[in-house]
Write a protein that binds this ligand. Structure first.
Ligand code: AMP
Length: 429
């Protein structure tokens, strides 16, 4: 888009404010009223190609449903043949993340933002809207340093729950995602959002992630057991609150009603924090003084650069998640994993097609796992494989193939000669 161009005769488009996976956001001005806004421009083509049209429509309907001082307001939506334009409230203060990048916040400053975040999330939940992708990048500030939660692109309305009342899509950035979301068993959106709020609170007060591992699978393990260490500087009340929120069991995890009654949350805000409050520490000071009781590799997670990464950056940086090794001997003994940027449905279709061409019997089990089996018995009976698709983010899935029965050598031969070559075009490396 050209600088100073005018959109539909109504909005003057200015500088680029930021860029997400699918969208560019521009500073803009309503020519009739003079109001400054942010216009998020999305390429229709990209959306259609990645099958995200429904998600965008959902984003629009959700943003229309919610109106709260701490939620970024959507003023209007416009579209041309090739583009979709969201006219949004302008958040002059930019990303809250930039504040953390300058140094960890005092507990008081963290409390101020956390209270605003909880207020917004509680409001959304009361309307049956779950954000499901809460992370500092989605938290913006206006000119008064008021928190504005943005990006409801991954929200799911209560109606999209299945009969068991649980949401069933695993999505979001791994570092902020609740264990039950990662385990694909279906989850309660409210409890999952509470977990993400806990991770955000930790990051605000520590300036590094509670769960970070170079290897993504290791990170999932840490998340599923809620293995984290607080910096020694955290107050006892803050540690207690985090302990209640970062509980791997969603059913006993602290609900918002109790968070609001906790000692740390209820402490009154001092005058100073109502202005801007940052502990003026450089990155190096923060990592040497604040992280004393953090262990081993977790020390590195204090790196502010890392705190700024999204799921894709983490994955591409992780040597432990080296995609080229995913089909190695080591993995092919009992199973294999690979990542793909195709949708789960497309991968299911691909696996079914592959099974047909290899004359394997396919059954889709109740838990969504695809079972592939040979029709003839081998040395150790029927060779059976389970294929599980793990949606980490939209258009980013982890596929796990596991041998559940049969001979290992026969399995390896099937992998090498049949499955591996057929999957090459969907493996994302
Ligand atoms: P998004 O695609 O929504 O993640 O936006 C990409 C980036 O654009 C964000 O991370 C912000 O830095 C910036 N941005 C998005 N929306 C706004 C807004 N309403 N006001 C100011 N900056 C924004």
């Amino acid at each position: 888009m050209e600088e100073r161009s005018v959109l539909m005769g109504r909005y003057e488009i200015g500088r680029l404010l930021g860029q997400g996976t699918f969208a560019k956001v521009y500073y803009s001005r309503n020519l009739a009223t003079g109001q400054t806004v942010a216009i998020k421009v999305i390429d229709k083509d990209k959306i259609v190609k990645t099958g995200l049209m429904d998600q965008i429509k959902r984003e629009i309907s959700i943003m229309r449903l919610v109106r709260h001082p701490n939620i970024l307001q959507l003023f209007e939506v416009m579209a041309t043949k090739n583009k979709i334009y969201f006219v949004l409230e302008y958040a002059k203060g930019g990303e809250l993340f930039n504040k953390i990048a300058k140094g960890k916040l005092t507990e008081e400053a963290a409390r101020k933002y956390f209270q605003q975040l909880i207020g917004a999330v509680d409001y959304c939940h009361s309307r049956g809207v779950y954000h499901r992708d809460l992370k500092p990048e989605n938290l913006l500030l206006d000119e008064n340093e008021t928190l504005k939660v943005s990006d409801f692109g991954l929200s799911a309305l209560a109606e999209s729950k299945r009969q068991d009342g649980l949401l069933h899509t695993a999505c979001g950035t791994p570092a902020y995602v609740a264990p039950e979301v990662l385990s694909r068993k279906g989850y309660n959106g409210a409890q999952a959002d509470v977990w993400s709020c806990g991770v955000i609170l930790f990051v605000l007060a520590a300036s590094y992630l509670p769960f970070h591992e170079r290897n993504l699978i290791e990170m999932y393990k840490k998340i599923s057991k809620a293995q984290y260490r607080c910096p020694r500087s955290f107050s006892a009340e803050l540690k207690e609150l985090l302990y209640g929120i970062l509980n791997p069991d969603p059913n006993t995890r602290m609900p918002i009603s109790r968070i609001k009654r906790s000692a740390w949350y209820r402490k009154p805000l001092g005058l100073a924090v109502l202005k801007t409050e940052i502990v003026n520490k450089t990155c190096t000071e923060a990592t040497t003084s604040g992280l004393i009781d953090c262990v081993g590799s977790e020390r590195n997670q204090g790196s502010l650069a890392l705190a700024n990464l999204n799921a894709f950056d983490i994955i591409s940086l992780s040597t432990g998640f080296d995609l080229s090794r995913l089909f190695d001997e080591k993995y092919s003994q009992r199973g294999a994993r690979f990542t793909s940027n195709q949708s789960a449905e497309a991968i299911f279709e691909k696996l079914k097609e592959l099974a047909r061409s290899l004359k394997l019997k396919v059954t889709k089990k109740d838990d969504g796992v695809l079972k592939l089996a040979t029709t003839k018995e081998g040395r150790k009976g029927i060779l059976e494989l389970n294929a599980e698709i793990f949606e980490i983010a939209p258009s980013f899935v982890l596929v796990e193939l596991k041998k559940t029965n049969g001979d290992t050598l026969e399995y390896q031969k099937l992998m090498t000669d049949g499955i591996r070559p057929s999957l090459e075009d969907i493996v994302w490396a």
